[in-house]
Design a protein around this ligand. Structure first.
Ligand SMILES: NC(=O)NCCC(=O)O
Length: 397
């Protein structure tokens, strides 16, 4: 069997279908409802230059670009940054030697970063454990743990540092990390590389899934690093890795620590989560008043040995289809179109970070949030003797 990519026919994207079947004037209204408005108008396309288009065309990936604006202020200058998110399928079968698999992905990513560089992207994020297949369904150790690498001088980290330096770009690089200082333990980590190629720090996955084939707790534990926000020359950045997007308090913590952009590098499949994909991160943008870059891998990855999900269904060799659809959502509730469900792609958004404070000043969630009552509630709730506050209708038997 071909262990590389899509075998089943998958639709490319919802946007193409809407554009194909809905008349132009009605489409505008539909888009307003589905994608929201940025300062009273649909999120506008940003012109893509020739160089970036050529790279995308000759290396067979999609490139999208949008623009979201903020009001001009009297005292603060606009803070325009270009955010990029990259999605990709693996580059070689999961049965190829580890080094070969890594190199095949690195080659693709290099071209996509070149295109981001040509478009003047300032802050870029790759998908969850971008340098390897998402093999955590298998529960096998080898060869998958051999992809794990040091967050300071691993092969992919050195590569990303080179690219960051080349394009004066902050790059968030989500990897499988091997922590040699702590007994060679493995973590699901995002390394934050500054625009000078320096390592600013790292964040780790806070919530490890316990659902379906996502057997990740076989490999790594929950982060103990909190909710770090990295202050960079292009804004304050947090990283909420994949399954953390189902946890509202996780999103909240990055917001309370001052994030202006939160990335959600993910690996998730159609049947499990696709209806939730366009809602959760966008909701987090609105309620916490920051931009979110949501990234999901593409393709179907086949593994050599069968595994089960513990749900009575037959054993199988793949997770299902990773549906891509990476997009950026804004604090005002608007969002960009998504990338393809089946192709590699780079989605760029030019944004004004001043929008974060402007939306805070409009909605006042930070003034109306009752953090003290939630803190009290949670303190009581985690007590083993907690009694739920339920008032029962006395007329019920
Ligand atoms: N990678 C990962 O955490 N996936 C879990 C599935 C999901 O959250 O949709």
């Amino acid at each position: 069997m071909d262990t590389l990519n899509n075998k089943k026919e998958e639709i490319d994207k919802v946007e193409t279908i809407l554009e194909k079947y809905i008349p132009e004037n009605e489409l505008k209204e539909v888009k307003k409802i589905l994608y929201g408005l940025n300062r009273g108008q649909l999120v506008q396309p940003l012109p893509i230059n020739k160089e970036a288009l050529q790279i995308a065309e000759s290396h067979d990936f999609e490139i999208l670009a949008s623009k979201m604006t903020a009001e001009n202020e009297q005292l603060r200058k606009s803070r325009i940054v270009r955010i990029g998110v990259i999605q990709n399928c693996i580059g070689a079968p999961t049965t190829a030697p580890v080094k070969e698999q890594y190199k095949a992905i690195e080659e693709k990513i290099e071209k996509m970063i070149d295109a981001a560089g040509a478009m003047g992207v300032n802050v870029l994020c790759l998908q969850e454990t971008w340098h390897m297949p998402f093999a955590f369904c298998t529960r096998e150790r080898y060869p998958w743990v051999e992809f794990a690498e040091s967050a300071t001088d691993g092969e992919s980290v050195l590569f990303i540092q080179r690219m960051a330096r080349k394009y004066n770009m902050v790059i968030v690089s989500p990897i499988l990390e091997r922590d040699d200082v702590h007994g060679g333990t493995i973590h699901n980590t995002a390394v934050v590389v500054g625009n000078n190629g320096n390592i600013i720090g790292k964040s780790r996955k806070n919530h490890i899934p316990r659902t379906g084939d996502f057997n990740e707790s076989t490999y790594y534990m929950e982060s103990t690093l909190g909710h770090p926000v990295f202050e960079t020359v292009f804004g304050k950045i947090g990283i909420n890795i994949c399954y953390g997007r189902h946890h509202n308090l996780n999103w909240l913590a990055y917001g309370l620590n001052g994030a202006e952009i939160v990335f959600n590098p993910s690996a998730t499949v159609g049947e499990l989560s696709e209806p939730m994909w366009s809602i959760e991160a966008r909701n987090a943008s609105m309620t916490n008043n920051y931009f979110v870059g949501s990234i999901n891998r593409v393709g179907t990855e086949y593994f050599p040995n069968e595994f089960t999900s513990g749900n009575g269904k037959p054993a199988h060799k793949d997770f299902g289809h990773f549906y891509g659809s990476s997009y950026v959502s804004a604090p005002d509730g608007s969002r960009t179109p998504g990338l393809s469900r089946v192709r590699d792609g780079l989605n760029i958004s030019e944004v004004d970070l001043n929008l974060c404070q402007q939306v805070k000043d409009k909605w006042n969630f930070q003034m109306t949030g009752r953090y003290e009552i939630y803190a009290k509630f949670l303190t009581e709730y985690i007590d083993p003797n907690y009694k739920p506050q339920i008032i029962k209708d006395p007329s019920m038997k």
